[in-house]
Design a protein around this ligand. Structure first.
Ligand code: ATP
Ligand code: MG
Length: 300
């Protein structure tokens, strides 16, 4: 498919899922099984293939130009398909220009610092795409759902008040605005899987020996907090969806559609930067021509 047609289709596909103003956002108004009139898996795969080629060209320019960086944040309930989406969508990208960081339960060293510390250290440098597989958003999600995690953070007592979540949204927004003003473009993805589909995927992990390794008891325990997580996500998205760092509520019951939406959103973000290979100055071009001539003139 032609470049501009592909970008137009990308815009159409992501439009209903992009939240840039939290307002009265509610997850329950979004259907995890939606496919936005993309006919079937085959149609999606063929679009995705074209998208991945386009993405790899844009990434080359991002890298060569060395001005902007792209930070992609992935959040989801377990088994929503974060890993698969990251793997497929980035499959055409030069590994040198891309970094993935997974944020798990914090280490002792990490707990001795402020919570953004471990995130800020690995924000992508100019020219690169950085992927956060979970992120500082866990600080207003899992940490909110399980107060024991907050206690483990060793904050001075007087700083832990009923306003703590509001304060965290404010700090996260300030951090994202700061990064944006430094040329780091932020896009956030919530992979929205239904409770029924999660159950189906867990059962598959239990029944298929090749998937057994993915199963964890902790995931089933977290499932029992489903409602608390949905509420925490509702509020986090309401409070942190902005024009410069929008959330995409990606339907995740069909993996083929999830991947397409993620790829389309990345394409649109990169396209918006008007990337181009850096211009070489006239004097430099002369120098290059001279070197070329002398190489061609070499005897052996
Ligand atoms: P997978 O798809 O492999 O299950 P995952 O992202 O769920 O990927 P896990 O190792 O299963 O990875 O889980 C990491 C866990 O760490 C998650 O349950 C997450 O909520 C938790 N976590 C991340 N950040 C924090 C934090 N700041 N405080 C407490 N727990 C956290
Ligand atoms: Mg997990």
């Amino acid at each position: 498919m032609k470049h501009h047609k592909l970008l137009k289709e990308a815009s159409r596909i992501i439009e209903p899922y992009c939240i840039s103003n939290g307002g009265k956002f509610r997850l329950r108004d979004h259907d995890p099984a939606d496919t936005n009139s993309v006919k079937n898996k085959q149609a999606a795969q063929s679009l995705l293939e074209d998208g991945i080629v386009c993405l790899s060209h844009m990434q080359e320019k991002l890298y060569a130009q060395d001005r902007w960086a792209l930070l992609l944040i992935f959040q989801a309930m377990d088994a929503a398909g974060k890993d698969g989406a990251i793997k497929h969508v980035m499959s055409g990208v030069n590994p040198q220009g891309c970094e993935v960081h997974a944020f798990k339960s914090p280490s002792v060293e990490e707990l001795n610092h402020d919570y953004l510390w471990r995130n800020h250290k690995v924000v992508p440098e100019r020219g690169k795409i950085g992927i956060f597989n979970r992120s500082y958003y866990e600080e207003v999600l899992v940490v909110r759902v399980h107060p024991t995690f907050l206690r483990a953070q060793k904050l001075p007592d007087r700083l832990v008040t009923k306003h703590i979540w509001e304060e965290r949204y404010e700090d996260i927004n300030a951090f994202e605005r700061y990064l944006t003003r430094n040329g780091i473009v932020i896009r956030k993805f919530f992979l929205h899987v239904s409770k029924e589909e999660q159950k189906r995927r867990f059962i598959e992990r239990l029944e298929d020996s090749k998937k057994n390794w993915k199963f964890s008891m902790a995931d089933v325990q977290e499932r029992s907090f489903w409602k608390d997580y949905q509420e925490a996500y509702d509020e986090a998205i309401q409070q942190t969806a902005t024009k410069h760092a929008p959330w995409y509520i990606v339907p995740a019951d069909n993996k083929w559609f999830t991947r397409l939406v993620v790829a389309a959103a990345i394409l649109e973000a990169l396209n918006d930067l008007n990337l181009a290979f850096p211009d070489v100055e006239k004097s430099k071009r002369k120098e290059l021509a001279a070197v070329r001539a002398s190489l061609l003139a070499e005897k052996d």
